[in-house]
Design a binder for this molecule. Structure first.
Ligand SMILES: O=c1ccn([C@@H]2O[C@H](COP(=O)(O)O)[C@@H](O)[C@H]2O)c(=O)[nH]1
Length: 239
């Protein structure tokens, strides 16, 4: 299964297309988020599919169960690889998302439950959400909630991936954004890791965005991240 997704956080499809083309990245697994999808809509996804890109559509749905069901049913026809909802939407909403996908004919599309965004650290989360659980406990709780209600995996930071793997099993996918070549380059991210650290900590997949898209040498940076990630994938597979 594809496991390194390039976040196409661009203003429009022309920028995304030009970037992929200019840096020999046509066909690589991509993550399409709100910025690009709300500008371009599903036609962009058809174009990316046509060019051979595996797609993670990262819209993080959060709404009443009926709305999420109907939205996921529509998404079902897009034959995507991954889609997601916020786990905080609750058990009924997560189940509705799964049912919507299935009724839309998307048996191959994996549903991920977003736990706690990688831009949060524990102190801010506890203060702003008025919760007393540790960040680790809360992420674990949302992972279990997701699994019990039909999600195929979670979006979490690499730092929580190992305990989720232990509790929910190897097949429960841990998609981890917040990936950096150097962990002192955080920008708005708070829980970051390098690709090799992410693998050591139990991630099944990584999302890389600005490290590549803002790099002065995107192609070389992408290859470096990929090599670092795949070396670890292979090492852990062999041992
Ligand atoms: O918890 C989350 C969930 C989603 N994201 C998304 O991943 C990329 C990360 O981009 P970088 O430039 O590598 O920081 C971005 O599209 C986010 O919307 C996340 O970062 N954290």
């Amino acid at each position: 299964m594809e496991s390194l997704f390039l976040a196409l956080d661009f203003e429009d499809k022309h920028q995304a297309r030009t970037f992929l083309h200019n840096h020999q990245l046509t066909g690589v697994p991509v993550k399409v988020g709100m910025e690009l999808y709300y500008k371009e809509g599903p036609s962009l996804l058809y174009e990316l599919k046509e060019a051979g890109h595996p797609i993670f559509l990262d819209l993080k749905l959060y709404d009443i169960p009926t709305t999420v069901y109907r939205t996921m049913r529509n998404m079902g026809s897009l034959a995507l690889d991954f889609v997601n909802v916020h786990a905080t939407g609750g058990s009924t909403m997560i189940r509705a998302a799964k049912e919507g996908l299935q009724d839309g004919g998307a048996d191959q599309t994996k549903l991920l439950a977003v736990t706690v965004l990688t831009s949060f650290e524990e102190e801010t989360m506890q203060r702003e959400w008025r919760v007393t659980d540790s960040l680790h406990e809360l992420v674990g709780h949302y992972a279990r909630l997701g699994q019990e209600n039909g999600a195929d995996g979670v979006v979490c930071s690499p730092h929580e991936a190992m305990s989720i793997q232990k509790e929910c099993g190897e097949d429960f996918y841990r998609m981890t954004p917040g990936i950096r070549l150097r962990t002192d380059e955080q920008e708005d991210q708070k829980r970051t890791a390098t690709p090799s650290l992410a693998r050591e900590m139990g991630a099944s997949g990584i999302v890389v965005g600005r490290s590549v898209t803002r790099s002065t040498t995107p192609e070389a940076t992408y290859e470096r991240l990929k090599k670092e990630w795949e070396r670890h994938v292979n090492e852990t597979t062999v041992s």
